[in-house]
Write a protein that binds this ligand. Sequence first.
Ligand SMILES: Nc1ncnc2c1ncn2[C@@H]1O[C@H](COP(=O)(O)OP(=O)(O)OP(=O)(O)O)[C@@H](O)[C@H]1O
Ligand SMILES: [Mg+2]
Length: 368
Amino acid sequence: MMKLAGIDVGNDSIKIALDGVREPIVVPNVVAPGYERHILQEEDSPLKALDVMVYSPRLNKNNQRYFVGLLATENEDSMELEETDNKAMSDQSLIVALTALAYAGLTNQAFGTSSYSTADEVEFMIGTGLPVRTYARFHKVFEERLLGEHEVTFLSTPQLKGRKVKVNIRRAVVSIEGAAALYQIATYDNLQVKDEELYYGCIGICEMGALTTDFPVLKRMSIDNQFSTGEQMGLANYLDPIIRDVEDQFGYRFPSRAKLVQRLKNRDFVIQRIGEGQADIKPIVDQYFSRAATRIVELIKKRWKKYPDIQCFYVIGGGAAALKPYILDAAGTIKLRFVEESELQNVYGYLKLAKSKANQASSAATAG
Ligand SMILES: Nc1ncnc2c1ncn2[C@@H]1O[C@H](COP(=O)(O)OP(=O)(O)OP(=O)(O)O)[C@@H](O)[C@H]1O
Ligand SMILES: [Mg+2]
């Protein structure tokens, strides 16, 4: 059976939304070389220990063993993405995306995620997206990289040990980061218009990810070619110096951005130092996040000045979630809009866009 899914191939994390399933699947976009692990206590969920071999005709190196996602964030040799990586072409992103899709394909929606199907092949129609500035040149290549047959073998992963799964992507609908998010915000799950002002208006978006920030402008839900743009900058540009300063000042090293973000989400700013000392990293976080917020607000003002038709501006993406209080502070009297679960708006939008394409295809089929 073909599953319909939205997949946001984020530089920070890959998110998957399955049609009809409430909870999205989130896998940090981190990989490390895999090896035979000594397992003292098995993890309680497959997502905590994705240990895989991936075969895909699109990868440069095949049949390599990788630790993916959470398991890799614990690893010293793990790789997080850098600014120079292009997600349309990145092998790492493809490895994580295929692993996440294989897992998503096996989850049994009816019985919750603790039960897994025994299928050896999973088929998908997916909706996904690229940043504004990458889209025009790379959407075709990206689509081709995703389409077709790939294979993921789970090794020491609990509950999926030894399972070899064909991941067959039959159709991929590629749209634009931030633009898809607005579609999500402006429509209901059944794709009907929820907010006419947004759906038919001229709306500015600032979608801040880990490595890119997109500024699409949408008019009646169509992307404005002239005024939409993007920056090669994201929250990671501010997380990395925080990690560096914390290490310089306190000798405490966060092994990954993901580990730092985990703490920021829990608002836990106190780190433990060797010899029972403690240190507060909040002043360092405040310093860089205020700077990030100032930059974002300036970019928004610049865009808005260039294009005064914009009726309102949404600030979304994981960056918005992290920086919201700082951005509100920096924005002063300029009104900006935020939404809940802002880092998930793209993936929900991708799912809806795929659904809308699937509906068009099936109504064309019945009409013809
Ligand atoms: N609720 C939150 N609080 C704090 N930080 C968050 C929150 N959600 C996400 N982040 C962080 O914000 C950054 C951007 O997250 P997001 O998921 O938007 O990035 P991405 O989509 O993976 O990256 P990109 O868009 O560059 O491909 C990440 O570093 C992430 O860890
Ligand atoms: Mg993103």
